[in-house]
Design a protein around this ligand. Structure first.
Ligand code: COA
Length: 415
């Protein structure tokens, strides 16, 4: 038994944001029916291919635990089949360009008429407003949501991050919206519309920067290294390099081997509560009582000097040694782990955070598993479907089609 065993999802998603949402629901046990255009499919099947004519890792890693049906939802027979699927499903998820489903003839009003219990969930780049018609990809959302303007170094251009906060982050928001709507449907008996905009999702994750925007009106952001470097603040939250976004100062510091290894670094948080231990570890015991260093307030303008001293210690240790020494002393540190190191980390395999999956055309590959662990709803990662692999099975099981109806849908070019 899995948490969403009884739930059937009509998955009209493509690329990344929508597929991450429906994959998550699939991991929790929902029956996810991915609808794809006959002969074409999700564009990511063919993007960034590493093996000719085989579904890309981009596609496979976003579409586990789903079944694929090909269906032309612009064709008359296809529309009839699509209408039947809407009747049989609990949730419809889509992340097409704004208005695409309306153009197909399936507005929210129409969907409600077909199935009043249907939850209709969408990802869009922007919410209602001047940009609501725009097509949006990950980096556009990072830029429009406040992430890029606050990421990078003070003397450099805005930067996008490798975390897909616009796509996968918004997919996560949408999944929460869907299960919340399912929960409310238990009481009301009615479906509802769920909208997650990528700009909203990124801005929501950047809330500490909006906090700092307001703090700026009352004075300098004293925990920013810019402050200890005596560089004046402007009127907008600046890029803060690797400074910590919280109340405890932090920095990325070199570790042993940094000259040759681009990831021989550690994040080091000079947490106030651990200050005495930090002084002992780095060989500056006198700083414990020194009136220039003893309290967080007097350290703030000297953070550059503090981190330089800590770095001269971390450079004598590997990032793993720093972790081993600091953790027992309650000093929060984090090694900079490469994708290679993460993919080889046994503990992540043990918990199912990284799993190896067997695919009939590409062999085995690594992917991320469900990052949310439920004690009573185990998640197994099942390979992504081939294009249209389950068309017949879905038409038979979900819609009760017989051989003749399937043959006629095929000859009409609808599936
Ligand atoms: N049968 C028939 N037609 C289908 C179909 C099917 N099964 N599935 C999709 N289509 C059609 C759509 O109806 C649409 O047609 P239309 O333009 O005539 O209305 C068309 O295929 C393509 O849709 P679109 O969403 O415009 O694709 P795109 O490749 O041009 O744009 C995005 C891609 C991601 C930019 C855009 O979908 C978007 O902005 N989505 C919302 C934000 C988002 O999720 N972005 C993150 C993506 S990771």
């Amino acid at each position: 038994m899995k948490a969403l065993d009884e739930i059937r999802i009509l998955d009209m998603t493509h690329v990344q944001s929508g597929p991450t949402c429906t994959q998550l629901l699939g991991w929790f046990g929902a029956d996810v029916i991915k609808v794809e255009r006959p002969g074409v499919g999700d564009a990511t099947r063919g993007q960034l291919r590493d093996i000719p004519d085989v579904d890309s890792l981009y596609f496979t890693m976003l579409n586990h635990n789903k079944r694929s049906i090909t269906l032309n939802t612009k064709d008359e027979t296809g529309k009839e089949i699509f209408t039947r699927l809407i009747q049989e499903c609990d949730v419809m998820v889509e992340n097409f360009a704004p208005g695409a489903l309306d153009r197909m003839g399936f507005s929210w009003e129409k969907i409600q008429q077909i199935n009043p219990r249907m939850i209709y969930a969408s990802v869009k780049g922007f919410g209602p407003g001047p940009y609501s018609d725009c097509k949006v990809y990950e980096n556009v959302a990072q830029c429009a949501g406040g992430s890029a303007s606050t990421t990078g170094f003070l003397d450099g251009p805005p930067l996008v991050t490798g975390s897909q906060i616009g796509d996968s982050g918004t997919g996560l928001n949408l999944a929460l919206g869907i299960v919340t709507a399912l929960f409310q449907r238990e009481t009301t008996g009615k479906g509802q519309r769920v909208l997650a905009s990528m700009q909203d999702g990124v801005l929501n994750l950047c809330r500490v920067k909006l906090r700092d925007q307001q703090r700026l009106q009352r004075g300098p952001l004293t925990e920013y290294s810019q402050h200890s470097e005596q560089i004046e603040f402007g009127d907008t939250t600046p890029r803060a390099g690797n400074d910590s976004g919280g109340g405890q100062p932090g920095c990325i510091l070199k570790c042993k081997g940094w000259e040759a290894d681009p990831n021989a670094y550690t994040y080091f948080i000079a947490q106030a509560a651990a200050w005495k231990n930090i002084c002992d570890v780095i060989g500056r015991p006198s700083w414990k009582e020194d009136s220039d260093f003893a309290t967080p307030a007097v350290r703030l303008p000297r953070l550059g000097e503090v981190f330089k001293a800590i770095e001269s210690w971390t450079m004598t240790k590997t990032k793993y040694e720093v972790m081993d020494i600091c953790n027992p002393l309650d000093i929060p540190v984090g090694p900079i782990l490469s994708m290679k190191e993460l993919s080889e980390e046994p503990s992540l395999r043990d918990t199912g955070t990284i799993v190896s999956v067997e695919h009939p055309e590409r062999g085995s590959y690594l992917t991320v598993g469900n990052p949310i662990k439920l004690s009573d709803s185990p998640s197994e990662v099942e390979r992504s479907p081939l294009l249209g692999e389950h068309t017949d099975a879905i038409l038979r099981e979900v819609l009760g089609f017989g051989d003749e109806e399937i043959a006629s849908a095929r000859s009409a070019g609808a599936v």
